[in-house]
Design a protein around this ligand. Structure first.
Ligand code: DON
Length: 321
């Protein structure tokens, strides 16, 4: 457990580089042997992930890298894509429209819940659950599903600072088994909450979840949100500072699913997880942590990743509160 790590006060900047390097290595060593949790298997191909993989990357807003372990192993981005597609849609439509069309409140229920929509008049509730993410993907301006996918892929690649490509095996495996997401798409349509074709939209969403990233990529993507929308490696302004604020607010309340409150209480950072075992945690104005390890807890959050983020939040003084 990371709770015995001294909680340093937040100072507005990361500690000196050598200390960040040491603490990232320390967090890696400390949790590399933890083997609690289980690899996701509801998407069949994910069950084949190597559970021993563990990578930790910290990227600062100045572009410095601090990494340990398997930071270059590719895995599908899964739900972490939701954060960045939401940012792209905020940039396109603005604060009011996304508030009204998607929502920003936690459901308190599982990420793939249908009942959350039924209990809330068909509202997708927030962009970090599947319903809200599918509704958000539908808002990406495009005249065809192909164009929508191209815009999503290009947008997420700008956050990563490199061309991200599809993991075909994950895409095919998930496409064959995503009946529940197709049901969510149809339910959204029945409530008048989805304009484009629901199955085509779910297909774009499935592709976005199947983009291959590394722990390093996640840290760069998160550091772009920490840096007012400027990718600290490429220098490109990907989205505006206002959009980063909106996105981070939603991550704080909804990014770790029904565990978002506990996460904020212990770690104090906006973050997003995915079922393949990735986590990105963002320290505004400082940088971001990207973590990868496939074994998950019951909510779908990486066990080693959570512990490492807790360690780094405390030892680097990242907690916002
Ligand atoms: O739609 C799904 O179920 C997956 N593509 C993504 C779910 C996910 O990553 C939830 N994470 N904890």
């Amino acid at each position: 457990d990371a709770l015995d790590i001294e909680q340093r006060a937040s100072t507005g900047a990361l500690p000196p580089r050598s200390r960040v390097d040491r603490l990232v290595s320390e967090a890696y060593e400390r949790y590399a042997s933890v083997d609690d949790g289980a690899v996701a298997d509801y998407i069949p191909v994910l069950a084949a992930a190597d559970a021993s993989h563990f990578g930790l990357s910290v990227v600062s807003v100045g572009g410095s890298l601090h990494e340990a372990g398997d930071v270059d192993i590719p895995f599908s981005i899964q739900s972490i894509s939701k954060a960045f597609v939401f940012a792209l849609v905020c940039e396109e439509l603005g604060h009011e429209a996304v508030h009204e069309r998607v929502g920003v409140n936690n459901t308190g229920l599982a990420f793939n819940s249908l009942i959350a929509m039924e209990l809330n008049g068909g509202s997708p509730m927030n962009p970090m659950v599947n319903a809200g993410a599918i509704a958000t993907t539908a808002l990406v301006g495009a005249s065809s599903a192909e164009e929508r996918w191209a815009r999503v892929q290009r947008g997420l690649s700008r956050f990563a600072g490199r061309e991200l490509s599809l993991d075909e095996d994950v895409y095919l495996s998930e496409s064959r088994t995503n009946l529940r997401n197709r049901a969510i798409g149809k339910l959204l349509q029945s409530y008048g909450r989805l304009d484009p074709d629901p199955l085509e939209t779910v297909d774009v969403y499935t592709r976005q979840c199947s983009l291959a990233v590394t722990a390093h990529d996640l840290a760069v993507m998160g550091a772009t949100l920490a840096d007012g929308g400027v990718n600290p490696v490429t220098g490109e302004q990907v989205v505006s500072a206002e959009v980063c604020r909106d996105t981070l607010a939603v991550l704080a309340s909804c990014g770790m699913y029904e565990r978002s409150g506990e996460w904020l209480f212990e770690i104090g950072l906006p973050a997003k997880s995915g079922v393949s075992g990735g986590i990105v945690a963002v320290a505004p104005g400082k940088g971001a942590v990207g973590a990868y390890s496939p074994r998950l807890d019951t909510a779908g959050n990486s066990v080693r990743g959570q512990r490492a983020c807790a360690h780094l939040s405390r030892s680097l003084g990242l907690n916002l509160f």
